[in-house]
Design a protein around this ligand. Structure first.
Ligand code: SAM
Length: 287
């Protein structure tokens, strides 16, 4: 399958290249923000699992457009090519040292907004993939609860699986409102959605590190929350993005005259698995 056919199959993939976004995911954050306006009046943000950096591009454009002095810290296992106004950190969000390193970059201050678009490399073993995704979300939430100021917002990718209602009820213990949102650029055929948690309001006695306790879902010092956390909640579900916008599952014909023009990616992969082969080809040692 050539690049053109993917352009044609996936309108957001093509639009991303036309508009200079590093990935089609940019539209997900833009459509979420058009519904929730969570990027208004924020100046300190953390973008977790950020490579290749299209969410960071959105943050950079939105937060620095009025010349405001924003701090944007973007973290990923993969190196992120430089972006204006963005501090990049190559790190594993599940590792405890990552929190210390982000804190250093923030000079001890707190964040207004933390987001995570984290997704592991899928193995195809459904239970394992679901477990790893759950661990990524838990790590993102641990970082968010350590970094957010009161009233701050946390947005994260989720997959609406078996226990998603339990997740909503647990998030509701920490945030004023929890909404499950599906941007139009996220394929309807995928279980992907985004949890939008607004108004970070940790209860007295809440210890963010309690989230790391392995043996119990609700920390012992917060026993009185246990029954609430055990109750399953149905979070409001919002589809966002205008109905007139492109449907991520549809195939669109390319505009007349440009059918054979395939655009190059805005940012080539920084550390692809075939990087060594490319280097060997360049220096003539590939046989
Ligand atoms: N939001 C990004 C954008 O707009 O360009 C796309 C993110 S991509 C869907 C998921 C990212 O999660 C990958 O770049 C991957 O390297 C990252 N990731 C997966 N596990 C991670 C971990 N433990 N720590 C940090 N990043 C991780």
């Amino acid at each position: 399958m050539g690049k053109c056919s993917k352009d044609k199959r996936d309108i957001y993939y093509r639009k991303a290249k036309e508009e200079g976004w590093r990935a089609r995911s940019a539209f997900k954050l833009l459509q979420l923000d058009s519904e929730f306006h969570f990027l208004e009046n924020v100046t300190r943000v953390v973008d977790l699992c950020a490579a290749p950096g299209s969410w960071s591009q959105v943050l950079s454009r939105k937060l620095t457009e009025n010349g405001s002095d924003a701090t944007i810290v973007s973290v990923d296992l993969q190196p992120i090519a430089p972006l204006p106004g963005v501090i990049t950190l190559q790190a594993d969000i599940t590792h405890p040292s990552t929190l210390t390193n982000i804190r250093k970059l923030f000079g001890g201050g707190l964040a207004d907004f933390v987001c995570s678009d984290g997704a592991p490399d899928v193995t195809g073993l459904h239970d394992l993939d679901e477990y790893i995704q759950g661990q990524l979300l838990l790590s993102a939430l641990t970082l968010a609860t350590n970094l957010l100021k009161e009233g701050g917002t946390f947005v994260a990718k989720i997959f609406r699986g078996r226990d998603v209602d339990l997740l909503y009820s647990q998030m509701s213990l920490l945030f004023d409102t929890v909404t499950c949102a599906k941007p139009r650029s996220s394929r309807a055929s995928s279980l992907e959605a985004f949890i939008v948690c607004e108004g970070y309001r940790p209860r007295p006695g809440w210890q963010p590190d309690s989230l790391r306790l392995k043996d119990i879902a609700v920390p012992k010092n917060l026993d009185h929350f246990a029954s609430e956390a055990g109750e399953r909640t149905v979070a409001p579900f919002i589809a966002c993005g205008d109905l007139s916008e492109y449907d991520a599952d549809a195939t669109y014909s390319l505009e007349h005259g440009v059918a054979n023009v395939s655009l190059d990616p805005v940012q080539s992969p920084t550390a692809p698995p075939y990087k060594r082969a490319l280097e060997m080809k360049r220096n003539g040692t590939l046989r």
